[in-house]
Design a protein around this ligand. Sequence first.
Ligand code: 5GP
Length: 179
Amino acid sequence: MMEQDMQQILFTQEEVATRIRELAAEISRDYAGKAPLVVGVLRGCFVFMADLVRCLELPLTLDFMSASSYGAGTVSSGLVDIRLDLHDDIAGRDVLLVEDILDTGNTLSKLVAELKSRGPASLKLCVLLDKPERRTANIQADYVGFTIPDAFVVGCGLDFDQKYRQLPYIGILKPSVYE
Ligand code: 5GP
């Protein structure tokens, strides 16, 4: 599906599924006896989160939010521009934040700071993909599906111009698609 637009397929549907099952087993062990609130960051989280939570053996609840970062240095007072906020209070909850990719970390680090200010019992970050080479903010994920090199990837929730999110694999787009 749309494979002609890919320069390279990094992880096949099967590889992604296998890795998500492994991550879920690890998370289920770590949160045993707890009832975490799994918070997805829209829109990129939707595929990964759906796959992940269906493999978690925990009495969890779900919520979603969406945010965008203010440009670097423009607004120092506001932490993050929350486009869609959580339905419920997270004070005292064990929150697991789920995002598609950790890149520069600018948006996520601000989102994490905002959520921490609301007094959760714990807050951990789970990402499908991590691009550590690109990091500028001081943030690490607690759970990482795959560490990848500095390339623009699509699929499994990740888009280019809102397209390709539905691809069941993770691929690198051909430069001719966006040039
Ligand atoms: P940050 O730079 O704040 O860590 O990343 C913020 C957002 O940039 C991610 O949630 C994701 O939407 C987007 N992003 C970063 N790297 C990629 C990539 O390789 N592919 C796609 N499709 N989006 C990316």
